[in-house]
Design a protein around this ligand. Structure first.
Ligand code: UDP
Ligand code: MG
Length: 324
């Protein structure tokens, strides 16, 4: 008989004390069910990554891991953000396949067995894709869908309505570990791996406790991260803009010359001089800013600093004496 695959569930947690109890109860019962159905190995486990929480999250994780053998914890030295916490979990948790999911259970857990079945049929990557967005606010829905369309227009390869709910096989994780960038946009990176993949669709629920750890400010910076990490389209836009403006001003110059030489008329005055001046000044500053953003990225990347530091590990999966 084929040996069963070991599943690792990776859950980044930042100040999630309100949800961890319920999340654990549901994940443990899901793991038990899948074990009983002969879908996954007994050693399958849950890995909470505490992203430098300032509440009781780590204490709770320790407690849970003392009581339940399938619960493990990874504590980051300080808050490094969702993407880094996620990467830390993916790079640290053992297992033949890893599924990443948020702590707030907005993503329907019932598709996890489906992801595993795809894995067993030979897929290396399985994307969780949201069917509808009716639990989102109007603003979030419009902005998120607009964003995915903008990415597509820039030819950035991402899966529409897929966030960070996905399965990665060991082979895909090894491939991911070869991407050394510090500015992380995992959903874009995973697309570049290119191994055989599948999609499972689900409905997304509301966060059942606590509040979003992604305020608008973080969301915008993450969106910009996604674009600048995968596309130089904004730079090309500047070139196009420069070209168009030069063309137009050349035309205007000819027109001015013609009116004064042929019609012998003075050009009408102030507005036509001052408005384009400010306008061009604005465009130039904006362009410099965009170029600056890319330069800043090079600056950060060139240092190649570590993306996270693990402070503590907790749970059976990390105990050498329990491994065979
Ligand atoms: N998260 C994290 N570090 C952070 C911010 C968020 O690990 O700095 C985790 C958070 O605990 C949750 C996941 O990332 O498990 C997604 O966050 P959230 O559900 O608040 O985002 P939303 O669903 O509102 O976009
Ligand atoms: Mg959430």
């Amino acid at each position: 008989m084929m040996t069963l695959p070991v599943l690792g569930l990776v859950i980044p947690c930042f100040n999630e004390e309100d949800v961890l109890g319920e999340t654990s109860a549901r994940l443990i019962s899901l793991l038990t069910r899948m074990r009983d159905e002969g879908l996954i190995h007994d050693r399958s486990a849950i890995f909470y990554v505490d992203d430098g929480s300032r509440d009781n999250t780590w204490a709770l994780i320790k407690e849970l891991s003392a009581v339940h053998k399938e619960v493990c914890g990874i504590k980051l030295s300080c808050n490094r953000g969702h993407q880094n916490a996620l990467l830390c979990g993916l790079m640290t948790a053992p297992g033949d396949m890893i599924i990443s999911v948020d702590a707030d259970l907005q993503d329907d857990l019932e598709v996890i067995p489906k992801m595993v079945r795809h894995y067993r049929e030979g897929c290396e990557i399985v994307y969780g894709v949201r069917k509808r967005r009716d639990t989102d606010t109007f603003f979030k829905r419009i902005s998120a869908e607009g964003y995915y369309k903008l990415m597509a227009a820039m030819k950035i390869d991402i899966v529409f309505n897929h966030a960070d709910y996905r399965l990665l096989s060991r082979r895909a994780l090894d491939a991911l570990s070869e991407y050394r960038e510090v500015n992380l946009f995992l959903r874009g990176l995973v697309r570049q791996i290119g191994y055989q993949s599948a999609i499972v669709v689900y409905d997304r629920a509301e966060r059942f406790a606590g509040e979003s750890k992604y305020p608008l400010r973080k969301m915008i910076s993450f969106a910009w991260q996604g674009i600048t990490s995968f596309s130089t389209a904004p730079l090309r836009l500047i070139t196009t803009m420069g070209f168009l403006v030069s063309l137009i001003s050349g035309g205007l110059g000819l027109w001015g010359l013609a009116t004064s030489l042929i019609l012998n008329q003075a050009l009408p005055g102030w507005t036509s001089t001052v408005v384009p001046m400010y306008f061009l000044g604005g465009i130039q500053l904006l362009s410099l800013g965009v170029i600056g953003e890319y330069v800043a990225k090079i600056y950060i990347e060139s240092k190649g600093r570590p993306r996270f530091h693990i402070d503590k590990l907790e749970g059976d999966a990390f105990r050498k004496d329990l491994q065979e």
